[in-house]
Ligand binder design. Structure first.
Ligand code: PGA
Length: 264
């Protein structure tokens, strides 16, 4: 696992945007096959999406040959609800880039048969060719997508029940009322994320520092599902200084030194 540390959230977000853009361009240079991209929601990716949108507007990047799959969606929330992940993604990214509508995949939390919806999602990912890159965030409890503590590290897309912690944290988007937060979601599994050729996780701010410390320095455990990234050949955690705040000085210095050596 690599850890990239930037001084602030802005720099960390730009690093991720430029890495995603470089990966899309690198594949386009050698192949006509679409680039398959996993995407996340939350406060964290907003600046990364703004930078990707800026690059598209400036003619520096195109999503015309990108197929995307979002990692999760609430169960039972109307698509047009401002806090649905459908709304979030169109507001922050899809309305501003040139990705064809038919290439955009977001789980349908209103499907009559939720299990069939999840099964079909996994099949669609395979039909698309599998993920080239998965961009994720993490929760304060160390979840990746909605894989809450105790989720199997070999889980696939399925219906999940949100923990009280996540409901409390996400209530900030629902008038600070936990009762308004959906209790279930559809989420890709840990194994779905890890099936990507490359996984990039962005975490910023002091509230993520404990989860980052546990996932980077602790053992791989279903208590901190993002720790499964330790078992991925190309996993990158990108943090700002605040989210790196609980790392040991030795770890912090090591990751800084590795990056400096690679850029030499
Ligand atoms: P956040 O959410 O970016 O809003 O902190 C991330 C997550 O819960 O995965």
């Amino acid at each position: 696992m690599k850890v990239i540390i930037r001084d602030n959230a802005h720099e960390a977000s730009l690093w991720v945007a430029h890495r995603i853009a470089a990966a899309i361009k690198a594949k386009a240079a050698v192949s006509d096959k679409p680039f398959v991209l996993g995407l996340c929601t939350g406060s964290t990716p907003i600046e990364t999406y703004a930078e990707l949108a800026r690059m598209v507007a400036a003619g520096e990047l195109s999503f015309r040959n990108v197929i995307s799959f979002n990692m999760d969606e609430y169960v039972g929330l109307p698509v047009e609800h401002p806090e649905s992940y459908h709304s979030f993604m169109f507001r922050n990214l899809f309305d501003k880039i040139d990705e064809p509508r038919e290439n955009i995949h977001i789980l349908n939390g209103l499907a009559e048969d939720l299990e069939a919806e999840c099964e079909e999602y996994e099949k669609a990912i395979v039909r698309a060719g599998g993920f080239d890159l998965f961009f994720g965030g993490i929760g304060e409890d160390g979840h990746i997508a909605f894989n809450e503590p105790f989720s199997s590290l070999s889980s696939r897309t399925r219906v999940v029940t949100l923990t009280d912690d996540t409901i409390r944290v996400n209530s900030r988007f629902f008038d600070n009322d936990p009762n308004l937060v959906p209790k279930q979601a559809l989420s890709v599994g840990v194994a779905t994320v890890l099936s990507a050729a490359e996984v990039i996780v962005l975490a910023t701010g002091p509230k993520k520092a404990r989860a980052i410390q546990q996932s980077v320095e602790g053992p791989m455990t279903h208590m901190i599902t993002v720790s499964a990234l330790q078992n991925h050949p190309d996993g990158i955690i990108v943090v700002d200084d605040a989210a790196a705040g609980e790392l040991k000085v030795n770890s912090y210095n090591y990751f800084k030194a590795v990056e400096a050596a690679e850029n030499r």
